[in-house]
Design a protein around this ligand. Sequence first.
Ligand code: ADP
Length: 455
Amino acid sequence: MGRLICISNRIPLGPNPTGGLVVALADVLERTGGIWIGSAAETVENPSDTFTEIEGGKFRRLSFDLSPEDKDNYYAGYANSVLWPLFHDRTDLMEIRGEYYDAYRSVNRRLAKMLHGILRPDDRLWVHDFHLMPLAHELRLLGAKNAIGFFLHTPFPTHLAMQAMPYGAEMCKWLMRYDLVGLQVERDVVHARVGLTLLGGAEEGEGDTLRLGKESTRVVAFPIGIDAADFAKLAAEQFEMLPQGIVKPTRQMMIGVDRLDYSKGLPQRFRAFGTFLERHEDWHRHVSLLQISPPTREGVKAYDDIRDELEHLAGRINGRFADITWAPIRYIHRPIPRETLAGLYRAAHVALVTPLMDGMNLVAKEFIAAQNPDDPGVLILSRFAGAAEQMTEALMVNPHDDEQIAATMLTALTMPRSERSRRYEALMEGLLREDVHWWSERFLAALDEAALASV
Ligand code: ADP
């Protein structure tokens, strides 16, 4: 069997947030003498045209250089200020600039050239995420015939949103050069099929295949999972290590854990909690919300704005309802070690996972995996998280609807143990069955199949 080569914008170094991914792929990478390729942590003035070997680890890792301009225009620019908002239904936040697109194309072209230099004919390539969509196209131009698969970790945009994308029709052509396009959930497959046919001129082929001229690709949903068994064990251990007093016998804790991103529905969540407190005075002092939101993509204006808005809202709600023994919202604007998070999930009675749009949302899965099976907490989940397609026993909400979220908070806080257990057991069974190993094995099996079919 040929080597597996994974390519992503970042090389997984630490355990988070791509921890599960690495665990799932480490085995095959090791077994096939595979390689993980990603950009170097630090920028350099004159990017090299060869890879740098990163020492240590169980499988080979190679990094490619980015210049400070690449970082501004390809990464902060096209990836985070055009594609991210567009793929999360926020075309209003896009910043379209010619230099962003040019840098995106040239970084992908340079990477393809470097990759082509080390490719063996039987290598299989797995390209991750929106930063690298044109990679197969560039590799094919150089003559690569390898099996190449792509997985999009975000939602797939609607065909309307795609029309707001600079060179939206090109994106269709890029994707058609892969043997397999993996998406998170069926919602995304529907959007992709419509977009690729309507805008890209592709035609429906057999089953999940699309055709464009001589090209054919399969478009399939592979919902990403977590290592649920491992996370459950970690949470049980870490819960015992939490400082005393985090959970008070007379108080329930609701928890939110999200990067501070406008797609996560954080202001809506805070407002809904305000509405809940306004309606239910009997719950004052008996419930609090712990929101953990580390900074991300600082310096991009939309992120600075959401930070200001959230601080303002937390201040207003606490100012209005707090007393000397209780603050309704504890808002932590900092990363927290994965272990501590696992313990906190277990300590919480309710999780609020209410994104306006999300590819999957792993926090929803981690929260459930972390629960005490004898006395589990309740998950409130946005219908716009990819996770909603699998986690149907969660309490589903429309994240735009204050009143509905507030009413669901009451349902969650007062849910009898028998119902909590029933929901938890069904959710946990799904997480254990469809975990991150299931995800990577299915993707790689489909890639092999698709590559064989296209020979
Ligand atoms: P996204 O990929 O958009 O950030 P996900 O929910 O899919 O959303 O994944 C987020 C990951 O980051 C989870 O594994 C979660 O545990 C981790 N994470 C989120 N907030 C924090 C935090 N404050 N500190 C450390 N890890 C965090």
